[in-house]
Structures are given as structure tokens and as C-alpha cells.
Design a protein around this ligand. Sequence first.
Ligand SMILES: [Zn+2]
Length: 508
Amino acid sequence: MTEILIRGAKILAVDAAHGTEPFDGDILIEGATIRAIGPQLSAGPDAQIIEGRGKLVMPGLVNSHTHSSETFFRGRYQGMPLEIWLLYAYPLLMNGAIGERLLYLRSLLLAMESLKNGVTTFCDDFFDPPKHDLDRLGTVFRAYDDVGIRANVSSAVMNIHTLDALPFAREVMPQNLQDQLDFGPPITADAYMDYCKSAFSSLHGKAGRLNFMIAPSAPQRCTRDLLLACYDLARDKAVPFHTHVLETKTQAVTGHEIYGKSLIAYMADLGVLGRNTTIAHSVWVSDDDMRLMGEAGVSIAHNAVSNQKLGAGISPIRRLLDAGVTVGLGTDGVCSNDTSRIFDVMRVAGLIHSVSGPDYSKWVTADEIVRMATIGGARSAMLEQVTGSLEVGKAADLLILNLRNYPFMPLNNVAKHLVYSENGSSIETVMVAGRIVMQAGKLTTVDEDAIFDEIAELVPVHLAEHAELEKRNAVFEPVMAEIHRRSMLQDIGLNRYQGDLPAWPGKN
Ligand SMILES: [Zn+2]
């Protein structure tokens, strides 16, 4: 079995013993696994030696929430709240499914950018209408297998008509527009379970690092029987039940309009909050919601950049942490971000909670952010036994950073440099499961130039088609704007536009 010895490095293990306090030592990797960490380790005569002096070795970053379906839409949108942005990024009136090669390239590009920027694991909740297809899921798995990333992958499911998952939609939208939105019979819980079970038997566990997870898009977009079936299967297979909850104020209003309670309370009553539940966003949660989430042991993916891009608000991270919720960091898709760099999310998340209130004892610290980006993310992906920290027996998913670089010059406190200074430019080597996938700034697994050439050749036609689709969907924009406006005017006793500051004067 191949051996790699990293010698004399500064190590940020993020394990129970050291946390984010670095120490000097060696790391011995055997095959895919970390075999030893300590001073003066020895290796066999054939071991590859990596000189660690002047380098920082840290766990690979975990992106807790992204959507590869958005990869080609980077740099395309601005100035729209989620409900309007969705019209263009995920049009109601659709074309046919994207071609097989583009599907592969779209997934591959996201993984390439992720690895180059230190993300060794991501949770990809891609959307691939009009149907769930095992071959196409296999194409996405193949892209991640080829490039060498670790991933939880799913194709998001929903089976409630969009207009029935939004407040005021049926009354606001003219009938002639509603008539255009005939999506045919929605997928049943049984049919989706059949698809998931096939995915588990044919793709789950591929290459020892690619898993299938279960991703009902959102509680208001799925029937009760579908949510329950998804939850039971996720528990049975020990994978995440990965969903979107309370990203926007419109969604907060949705819960009260449709179920007469918050979406979190609805999920709790249904019995789908638990260890397997990973909630993307969690911006518009109340104190009662947070208590339920903490008691149930759920995780959230905190998408600090995306939440600002779409004007969703600021998630109350300190109160979620206090409630016992696990927090990971996510980029969300690259058309609400517009990168897949977790280092950017670390910096934004490290700063934005300081405007949540004047009590500076509650501000989020760099140590906490580093944990969210590593072990917290791993836990949210149900992979904390595998990755997220440097520990003997865990996978060798790690980054080697050059400390002789501007973000660390001169060296003060490693965690603070990582959150407030580093942007990924110091990453020299990226390893996933003991395999070096990036070295000296170049991916070793794919030919980046060739992929860029192919994207430049094939994608413009796809984007031109998408531009036509955007024009057709623009007819719905006034309706979505009105839904957004009405939702903004509703007093639900919460405000997340200024973090934890009281919402309406005299309330909350
Ligand atoms: Zn998302």
C-alpha cells in the first residue's frame, strides 16, 4: 500500500484534543487513511516524503450545501430575492433536460473549482427536471469519481405544485398564467423510493467516497407521505435527509399560511426532525423553532454569502449554536454566490454576525468558523467518522498550505488567518482519501485546459437557450414580486434583515 509521510509541518487537526490549536509534527498516510500523527514518525523505504516545513496541514473543507445544476450560471444574476431569482435560475416553464455531456461538465466544473479551493467534500443537491433518472445520476457520480472529490449527491425531489407551495400565489396569479403551469402528474412517494433504492444499490458507496443522500427540496414542496418515506429511508441508510427550510421571509409566511405553524414546527409534528436532518439556510427560525431543532439534533448548512446575494437575511447562528444545532458552511449554488469557495463563506460568516447585535460576547469567533468549515460540515453530511478532522483512522482528506504567503505573513493565530486573511491562494496540495488531486496549483486528475476548452465550445449554445427561457418566464415576475411584497408586509414577529435585532418596533 502506498505511503506518504508529511514531515515537520504545522498541523491544525481540529480533533477533540487540539481543536484549532496548531502543533508541529508529522503525518503518516497509508493508502486512503491517516495511520499516525506525531513527532519523528518513520515510514517504509518507498514512502513519498512531503517536506512540511513552513507549511500548514489542515482538514479539507466541507461544503455542506451546493447545487451543481447552477454551475453554468455564475456571474449571471443580481438584485433579486429568491422567489424572483428562482424564475430565472430554475424556470417554471422548462426546456428539455440538459444534454448528457453538459451534465457531466457542469458537475465536473463545480468539483474542479471546489478541489482547487480546498473543498474536499461537498453535498450536491442537484436539480434535473423533468424526471429522476438513474443513468443521469450515474453521470454526475462519474464526474466526481473522475476528479477525485468526496461527495454526497442527490437529485432534489418535490411533488407539490409550485403555486401550492407559495403563499398568495393562487389568488395573485392570473388564471391564464396558472393554466401554463401544467407539470403533469407529480411523482409519488413510492416511485421516488424505488428510484432511491436503485441509487443505493447501484451508486451509493462508489469509489469509497461517493454517497447518495436523500433530498426532499423543502417541506412545503413535498407531500407528507413523501417526506416521511424520505426520512425513514435516510435513517435506514444512515445518510442525510437534506432539505431547504426557512431561507426567506416568504417561506416563513408560507408555513403560517398553509399549515398554521412554522415549517420547523410542521416538520417536528410530522417526525422528520432528527440527527439525519440537514437544513439549508435556517434564516427565519424563531426561538421555538431553534429549541425544537436543538432537541432533535439537526444540522444546518449556513450559506452566509448566498443569503446576502438573495437578500434572504442573516441566520441567527449564535442562538442556533446555543440551542445545540450543528452548523456547517455552504456556498449554495454558484448562481447565488457566485463561487464554490468555502474560504469566502468563512470570511463572510466570520464577519457578518458581528452586526447581529452590540453584545460582542455573542459574536461568532474564528475558531468556531474553522470548526463549521471542517468537522461541523462533516457532521452535517453524516461523515464525521470519515472526514472533517485529522485523526488516526480517518480518511486522509487534507490541505497543505504555504505559510510563506501574504495571508500568513507574519504568522499570528492560524485560525484567525484562515478566516479573516486566507482566500485559498496559499493552498499548494489537496489530498482526498490519500490521493493527491491537486499539486502546485494544478489538478492532477483532469486536464483543466481541455475541460475549459470544451466548456467554451459547448456552453454558449446552452446559455443562449437559457436566455430564451428566461424571457418566456419573465411573464411571471410581477406575480412573484407581489408574493414577495405581501410576505414582507406580514408581521410574523421576526426580523432577520438585521440579524437578531428586534423586528417591528415594540415586538419580538
Ligand atoms: Zn440551496
